[in-house]
Ligand binder design. Sequence first.
Ligand SMILES: Cc1cc2nc3c(=O)[nH]c(=O)nc-3n(C[C@H](O)[C@H](O)[C@H](O)COP(=O)(O)OP(=O)(O)OC[C@H]3O[C@@H](n4cnc5c(N)ncnc54)[C@H](O)[C@@H]3O)c2cc1C
Length: 415
Amino acid sequence: MTQRVVVVGAGLAGAKVAESLRARGYAGSLVVLGAEPVRPYERPPLSKGYLQGSDERESVFVHPEAWYDEHDVDLRPDATVTSLDLASGHVVDAGGGRTAFDRLVLATGSAPRGLDVPGAELEGVVTLRTLADSDRLRARLSEARRVVVVGGGWIGLEVAAAARAAGCEVTVVVRGAAPLLGVLGPRMAGMFAALHRERGVELRTRSEVRALLPARRSGSLDGTAVGGVELLDGTVLPADLVVVGVGARPRVALAEDAGLVVGDGVHVDAHLRTSDPRVLAVGDLAAVAHPFLGHRVRVEHWDAALHHGETVAATVLGADEPYDRLPYFFTDQYDLGMEYTGWTGPEGGTDVVVRGDEDARELVAFWTRDGRVVAGMNVNVWDVVDDLQALVRSRAVVPPERLADTSVPIADLAG
Ligand SMILES: Cc1cc2nc3c(=O)[nH]c(=O)nc-3n(C[C@H](O)[C@H](O)[C@H](O)COP(=O)(O)OP(=O)(O)OC[C@H]3O[C@@H](n4cnc5c(N)ncnc54)[C@H](O)[C@@H]3O)c2cc1C
């Protein structure tokens, strides 16, 4: 019988493991160790409403402060786990404390990548991952005049929108021909590029950073604060704030050092068990053998962190409930809200079919492979995600004209 579950990592995924275990009646000991000084919170608002000052601080937390005591969850903030002793069934924290477990859940998430260029350590060069990062960035945006965002991914673009809302001049440095090109393909990536250009963002596409340059103060080099971004073609973009949004990497070190099977993330089966069945992994960290997709998938999505806990609770309590949710992601930028569900994979070979009004940015886009819808994205169109997921799951071959025909409800496309 499981007497103690220890969760390492107090983010959304770790918090939801605790919640799901208690909701399903797990009555044993439950310890959650987290490196950050605050209780678990959600990260999406950190680059959106919270960064822009429209979401209250309290609204980002996963549970009210009292919830942990009320549910007999031993939440230990400021506790960084430094190693796993799988042989004896303990985790070891930075203070040398050892906590015994019967089942261990790894929920250490991912860490932002930095820029490996000269000047990356200058003051005013920041990344965005934590609540503290978001607080600092918000304060900086209120003072900055010229912001350069390095990276045209989701977080970079959301920060660009927040910086425009704060009245800053914004340039986004993008490696490819358009932001989000790898995820969305040229047509839909072009829509996001147009949106940002309309809002006054300068997109420097096909560009890479060579160095970050120190600011000049009163004619001399200040030496500590950033003043510009030098691109590979020699262009220098003046900047008093540089936000680096070039992706994240899963924090696999603990698992790797303990000898668990790790690739891009910690390998888990559909029940979220690692190569040691006493140890599970969730959230950004977990590379899950996905039953529907038929291959391993690791996503850095809020939805997975939100729902992996239910599978962990089932697995710990002996129920056979594999994790089979389709990947789901959302973003908000200016007045554009979108949801994306499904999986196109890195192999390409998909076609895009659009229904709705592309100019007004009110549409549903379908990605098809061999006539079957593998992913869908709704932009400023709501309440269609369940229908899109059912369509993907049906694996039905649907003619493109039918997909594009707004008179056919999405729910009827599979039939
Ligand atoms: C700014 C931002 C905006 C985002 N917006 C969206 C969005 O719009 N839509 C969407 O779908 N997804 C979004 N995401 C992604 C989403 O937030 C993540 O997928 C989610 O946070 C993953 O949760 P997690 O619990 O697995 O990991 P994390 O949230 O990274 O939490 C892991 C926790 O573990 C702690 N930890 C790490 N190592 C240790 C250790 N050794 N010991 C103890 N604790 C440790 C960390 O400090 C951290 O608190 C966004 C992410 C960011 C950063």
